[in-house]
Design a protein around this ligand. Sequence first.
Ligand SMILES: [Zn+2]
Length: 597
Amino acid sequence: MGGKETALALCVLVLISSVTVLVLGEGDATGETQPNPSLANGDPLFQGEGHDHSNASQHVAGSDNMELLDFNPLTTPGNAEVQVASTADGRTYAYLAGWNDMHIVDVTDPENTEVVGVFNDPNTQVLDVKYLEYNGREYIIQQNQLIDPGNADPNVGEWSEPSQVSAVLIDVTDKTNPTWIDSWYDVDHPTGPHNLYTHMIDGEWYLFIANPDYGECNDSIGEACGGVTIAHLNLDGSAARNLNGVPASGLGHTIVKVGEYEVAWSTTRGGWIYIHDMTVQTWPGEDPTDPRFGRTFVYGSYWEAGLRIGDVTDVPHPVHSPGAYTVHATLCKTGQGNPLLCRWRAPEVGQWMDFLDLDEDGQPDSGTTGNENGGRVSYIHYAEPYPEMVDLSHVGYSDEPVHLVTAAVEVLSTHVGTGIIYLIDTTDYVLEDGQFRFLPRLIRDWEIPYAEDHCYGADCEAHPNDDEWLLFSPHNLDTTHFETTESTDQSHGGGWDGRLYISHYHAGLWVVDVETLVAPTDPNDRVGTHAEATVAYYLPHGEDGTPLDSSFYDFGWVPFLWAVEHHDGITYASCISTGLYLVQLDIDEPYRLEGTL
Ligand SMILES: [Zn+2]
């Protein structure tokens, strides 16, 4: 214990001195030499005696290359996902999911943002929001999930109001008057959807809905218990509007479920399996001999079942397979998504769950293989493919174009560490009986470079606190690709840079360089590599937080970032407890749209 107390005292000392440095602005007063200038301001993961997570003034921290452009508290606290999109008339808007609303913020002038529209959705929690544009109109898809009892009881068939647990389509062409179009309630997923993704397949928009598992689900009769609902969007302009037997539009006719994707349960290790989020991408490779050429894949984050890749190319489609489309759309609608009637399934074509083996017992760490540690390395919660194939020949990695996927965990509490981000190479595949399978392999992991000095939540010996679950966990991230010149390139040359913009709850916003993860100076120095790859960090702290009226997210911490999104050189951070922050990383300035200042 003596040693631990000494370590703790040292920790507190370092904490106090780094706070002092920040307050006084004395750059290198600690006397430590930091090889990476982005870490010169020291450890921003504040905790311990005398620290108040909801006091904004105690969270003034960030690397010198980050600058706050604006903070907008919106009309109410309680925020989740953020999407940013520019319209044809040259304006840019941020859309934020909220506890019982969706905010539309005009961010065209990034230093003077303004809420221009609010879509109210009472008695529910809007956690995800996705923007799409089609045929001259703009839409937002959001989900409603009741995660707090009191509004309704989270048991099958006992929802008082299905519209509270549905996917909701809203027309936002007029930003000041967001208008509800349709909702889809799925009897097979009665707790309501948790995450959404939209993707166009051959000219038609599809909606992908991640549905949490629930106790009464029976996978032996074909229920997609940890499933992704796949629905076609029969929008104004869709080919489906001309098919016989397909109602045109309006309530119940615009979000058209056609099937599902589900993890291949037999290939998991058991444990805690849960689809949490997913992204969809049409294969960006240009090699027509690759069997994945032109096909579309869903990259699902399945907690302890890891990263799962499903092939959604052959989904019933109003142009390519109008007969199958009509059949599946009709049967799925008849049964309200019931799996006995709604039968199309996307096949699984890849998986990865080779988590880190930090206890060195020869097995990946997880709940069923030991050293679970709150899911530090195994609760895969968010995954997304890199936007395009990249050339990594300039760092000696491969002479062929490389496909990358990032996968991040969400961690409830740890005895050490904060939570891992994986960079995975998904280029290789194998053909088995004519069917291809991805062969993903890990390139590198990344964790906050100070992670080994921290723990949080109930399992943290130094600061045991039930209420601090999730404290420093990663949450969502945004992978961004930049075409570079000799003058704008920031990492290793090669004509491109890639950066991950990571929302890290109370640890704030972190930016990580992809090429450094692929080719670090000393790959055997794990923490040194994490430090080397770190480009920047920032703790948004616009105002003191007030605890939210929620059973699960009743935090008042500042910051408490749900999501960050990079758009045209600016990073947008959605803080659950305070509002929207626009942050400028200095090396992103060349990618700002001209004329927006
Ligand atoms: Zn704090």
